[in-house]
Design a protein around this ligand. Structure first.
Ligand code: ATR
Length: 277
């Protein structure tokens, strides 16, 4: 009897740019799995219907990308701790009548930093720029690694305060100083790792931060991938190490793959193959 191909998808709008099908197919090939993984464009007001249609087609799981991560959180009937804290879901698992929502973005970022870029977060001073969904999706995973301090800065400072208040609920489990500072005051402080989680790089807008924040001992990470952003160029010109977010993309996919298949795929060769495209 031939085994039925397991069916997966990534849902977003737009979706044509998504590298997820390529990444998951590469992981599957490496592990001898025959899967079907496709990109689904959902109309903006039809996310719920799109998911339910896919469930009737016996989908095992789906990745969710912009702008549906919050809606996916609402739709899920059970949540992982990372999804619950971020109030956003990027990986869905369909299990009988249950829709399990996970968020693997933070794990993806931390693995890229620690395993691929050899930058361990424990006892480090970290600056996270941005207070939108991307920043919120990774903050819990960063705190779990017990940096000596995590500072959050955002153009609109009130939004950083909202995240800080939310994370205060978990303060006891983290024992990490989570500060909020004004973006204009950044240069007066020293950070080991500076992470750009704003959407400014999408339009290649400058962040209006003093370049003195970057130095020879820092790693400047941009969660965007696919091009050298002005953020990365500015950091490089100050002698900082830089990285885009391609490794994070592959690592978050690897964690989703693990959730669905219980196999940890190798990521290095996949990152390298996408890097040369
Ligand atoms: P995402 O889900 O990608 O995080 P979002 O929730 O719209 O998207 O959040 C975008 C983030 O990028 C916000 O932190 C935003 O700052 P504001 O809260 O002040 O809007 C930040 N951002 C976008 N463009 C920016 C720019 N040109 N300079 C600085 N920050 C910017």
């Amino acid at each position: 009897m031939t085994e039925i191909k397991k069916h997966f998808a990534v849902i977003g709008n737009p979706i044509h740019h998504s590298l997820s099908p390529q990444i998951h197919r590469a992981f599957a090939r490496e592990n001898g799995l025959d899967i079907h993984y496709e990109a689904i464009l959902s109309p903006l007001d039809q996310f719920k219907n799109t998911v339910h249609t896919l469930i009737t087609q016996k989908l095992i799981g789906a990745n969710v990308t912009l702008p549906f991560k919050k809606e996916a959180y609402q739709l899920a009937t059970t949540h992982s701790s990372h999804a619950r804290i971020a109030e956003a879901v990027n990986t869905l698992e369909f299990n009988d009548n249950e829709i399990i929502g996970h968020n693997t973005d933070g794990i993806g970022l931390v693995r890229d930093l620690e395993q691929n870029l050899n930058t361990h977060l424990k006892h480090k001073k970290i600056l996270l720029i941005g207070a939108g969904g991307a920043a919120e999706g990774v903050i819990y995973s960063i705190l779990e690694k017990k940096p000596s301090e995590l500072t959050l800065t955002n153009r609109t400072i009130e939004k950083s305060n909202v995240i800080q208040n939310k994370m205060d609920v978990h303060a006891k489990s983290f024992d990490v100083n989570l500060n909020v500072i004004d973006i204009a005051k950044c240069p007066h402080q020293y950070f080991d790792v500076i992470i750009n989680a704003t959407s400014a790089s999408l339009s290649d807008d400058a962040l209006h931060m003093d370049p003195k924040i970057f130095h020879g001992g820092s790693l400047a990470y941009d969660m965007m991938y696919g091009k050298e952003t002005s953020y990365m160029n500015q950091a490089k010109s100050k002698g900082s190490r830089v990285s885009d977010g391609l490794g994070m993309l592959v690592e978050q996919a690897a964690e989703a793959f693990f959730i669905w298949h219980h196999i940890k795929p190798h990521t290095k060769s996949v990152i390298e193959s996408l890097r040369v495209l």
